[in-house]
Design a protein around this ligand. Structure first.
Ligand code: HEM
Length: 238
């Protein structure tokens, strides 16, 4: 594994790892959004989805660990790259004003760290039930008709009820919207940078590639934001 740590210590290797971990987190976000949008299809749809996710067992844990490793590597490597850039720039541009690129990367660090705070809150809220334990404890009673027609009654976690109870609180919905806007800004710049890092460029498509970051980020973030807003204003869960 020596070659791997040497690779990660090189600037090119670190940039590539930031890009790959960013892509993995982006894929998670798309899947997470697709699942969460089921809240618009009603209680049964999203609760069944959540129940099925948990039934994946070890596969779910592999995905969770992969996601966690990606987040940690992404944060550590970006902070290291930004420090290296700043150190190199102090020597070369001692008498210049801050460059546009250094402002952009500083904005990436700040928005990224605020998104991290959001993720901690989000996990405490919806995954560990620390923030509102009474919401987390909500259960939905489900009745399954067996092949013989006999009814089996069971209950499962009410993710729908938990989301509705959480986002009816304007402070919680407002915090989510604010954090999601910052995540959108982070994504907009990040997606465009990934193409640069991976060397995807062609004079014919560079304009489209540059715009794809903000465009994709806007669609994803509007999708996420629609959930707390729909609940807050009573379109869902009224
Ligand atoms: C309106 C926006 C969002 C809603 C309504 C939402 C909803 C949820 C819910 C209900 C869960 C628990 C799932 C379950 O236990 O079945 C969850 C878990 C999670 N969410 Fe979100 N989420 C949102 C945005 C985000 C964003 C923007 C991120 C990342 C930046 C994120 C990252 C996560 C992670 C990492 C988990 C833990 C997954 C796991 O335990 O396997 N979520 N989310």
């Amino acid at each position: 594994m020596n070659w791997f740590s040497a690779f990660l210590r090189s600037t090119v290797g670190a940039k590539l790892a930031v890009a790959v971990t960013g892509i993995l987190m982006f894929l998670f976000l798309i899947m997470h959004l697709s699942g969460n949008l089921l809240v618009f299809a009603g209680q049964d749809a999203i609760n069944t989805y959540s129940q099925n996710l948990r039934r994946l067992g070890p596969l779910l844990w592999i995905a969770r660990v992969g996601l966690l490793v990606s987040v940690i590597a992404h944060v550590i490597l970006t902070i290291r790259l930004t420090r290296q850039n700043a150190a190199a720039r102090q020597v070369r541009y001692a008498i210049h004003k801050p460059q546009v690129s250094s402002l952009a990367s500083r904005a990436m660090i700040v928005s990224g760290l605020i998104v991290m705070v959001f993720i901690f809150f989000h996990l405490a809220h919806l995954t560990f039930g620390v923030v509102f334990p009474d919401h987390f404890a909500l259960r939905e009673t489900v009745t399954n008709l067996g092949q013989t027609g006999s009814a089996a009654v069971a209950d499962r976690q009410d993710v729908y009820g938990m989301m509705v109870a959480g986002f009816k609180n304007p402070m919680v919905a407002g915090f989510y919207v604010l954090a999601l806007v910052l995540l959108g800004m982070h994504l907009a710049h990040g997606i465009s940078s990934v193409f640069q890092t991976l060397g995807v460029n062609h004079p014919k498509y560079n304009g489209v590639l540059r715009k794809s970051g903000p465009a994709l980020a806007t669609v994803i973030i509007l999708g996420f934001i629609s959930i707390p807003l729909a609940i807050l204003f009573g379109a869902v869960g009224a």
